[in-house]
Ligand binder design. Structure first.
Ligand code: GLR
Ligand code: MG
Length: 419
């Protein structure tokens, strides 16, 4: 099962004007598809970020993995570390926290690991979930991931989702997503409007959906003082409050008094952040994400650590397509202590997916775990070629939510905290 060839293909697909604390999503989201081929004829796929610096790292590392056995993912992690020699990536869009040298290795390694697990599963005729210890659930629940958004990209016709810039718009968006996908929990991306307005939006969601768990995530847009005001105002309403304030110290200050658990995908994003966060009880829920926690197996290690320290586990998402969704689903299905519905951006980008329809279908807000060998999905190579052509022509090589916002509002500044 020797690796003979690795193809790294950056792609671009359409993305609506979704608002967050750093600005607004550009018309194109970037990802990279990694395909690993072996001498046995079996091939596998992984999906990861598409920003140019990351693509360059993937391209630099890929040749060093040729000749490895597709089952040798431990040595593969070492080879990635050697090839990167202490390089550190950066979080240009500012929504996933500080990236360290070990975190950079995990990010680069992740799609290669997923592709190898896809290959291993195909080789032994078992789904990836079985390689991770077997399914503890047959289907993985996802949450409706709400964003404030503009009606359409400036200059374009309104998109199918319409405008959501107030509580009524947010509730309407939730209804659209829930009617279409059957989601049983809701996350609102906040940090866009003053906290009082976002509290009103959450209250409107609570009135409209009395029994559905709710979360709010302002991506560290608030001071600890503002965070505590919101936390008090939403006492009994939120299942968790995600990244209200910046850094481990800010989160610990809020966590000491907040009535609900605090979750993060910003201040604990790599293994070396866990001990300092545990020492000050900064977070009660960690959002795992195999794209930056070093693939599926290392995300299982994260789950064990969370279990040991009594920390809850949920799952984070960026804009992504079906290879990621399949990997997320296998991982979550094999993770007993992942007790929250996972985040996914998938509905916002599903129209451009390169996975052949069928294997990843939402049923009552959950994805039944694919049962075919490996990731259990098939890639439409014509769509992959079209998305690769989009990347070549779209003019974006680096996500920049702030710069895009400033084209329409030159006074816009990225501030953290803002309120
Ligand atoms: O939970 C989160 O913080 C995210 O999903 C970060 C993402 O980058 C999201 O805010 C986005 O894409 O606007
Ligand atoms: Mg978050």
């Amino acid at each position: 099962m020797t690796i003979t060839d690795i193809v790294v293909t950056p792609i671009a697909f359409r993305d609506p004007p979704l608002l967050n604390s750093a600005g607004v999503h550009e018309p194109w989201a970037l990802r990279t598809i990694v395909e690993i081929r072996t001498d046995s004829g079996i091939f596998g796929f992984g999906e990861t970020y598409g920003d140019i610096a990351h693509v360059e790292r993937l391209r630099a590392v890929a040749p060093t993995l040729i000749g490895l056995d597709a089952f040798a993912i431990g040595p593969m992690h070492q080879r990635v570390a050697e090839a990167l020699r202490g390089q550190t990536g950066d979080d240009r869009h500012g929504l996933t926290g500080k990236i360290s040298a070990p975190g950079t290795i995990d990010r680069v390694y992740s799609p290669f690991e997923v592709a190898c697990l896809d290959i291993q599963g195909k080789a032994v005729g078992r789904p990836v979930v079985d390689l991770l210890g077997g399914a503890v659930r047959d289907a993985v629940p996802y949450s409706a991931y709400l964003f404030y958004k503009w009606a359409g990209h400036p200059g374009d016709e309104p998109d199918q989702w319409g405008e959501a810039i107030d509580p009524a718009g947010v509730v309407a968006e939730a209804r659209t997503l829930i009617n279409q996908y059957g989601f049983g929990s809701i996350k609102l991306k906040g940090g866009v409007f003053p906290p009082e307005q976002e509290i009103e939006a959450i209250r409107a969601l609570r009135d409209a959906f009395p029994n559905i768990p709710l979360r709010l995530d302002p991506n560290a847009a608030w001071t600890p003082e503002s965070s505590l005001k919101v936390a008090e105002a939403l006492n009994g309403v939120l299942e968790y409050l995600e990244d209200p304030a910046p850094e481990i110290a800010g989160m610990a200050e809020v966590a000491a008094k907040a009535p609900m658990p605090l979750a993060t995908n910003m201040c604990v994003v790599s293994f070396e952040h866990i001990a300092p966060a545990v020492a000050v009880n900064a977070v009660q829920v960690i959002l795992s994400d195999h794209h930056y926690w070093g693939g599926l197996r290392r995300s299982s290690h994260l789950a064990s650590i969370c279990d040991t320290f009594g920390i809850g586990l949920s799952m984070h998402s960026n804009s992504h397509l079906g290879i990621s969704l399949a990997a997320m689903t296998h991982l979550a299905a094999a993770t007993p202590n992942l007790n929250y519905a996972c985040d996914t951006h998938y509905p916002w980008n599903a129209a451009d997916d390169l996975v052949v329809p069928g294997a990843l279908t939402f049923v009552d807000g959950s994805i039944p775990v694919p049962t075919g060998p490996g990731l259990g999905i098939e890639i439409d190579r014509d769509i992959l070629a079209r998305l690769a052509e989009n990347y070549r022509t779209c003019g974006i090589v680096q996500r920049d939510d702030t710069g895009y916002m400033q084209r329409f509002d030159p006074t816009y500044e990225r501030k953290r905290p803002r309120w």
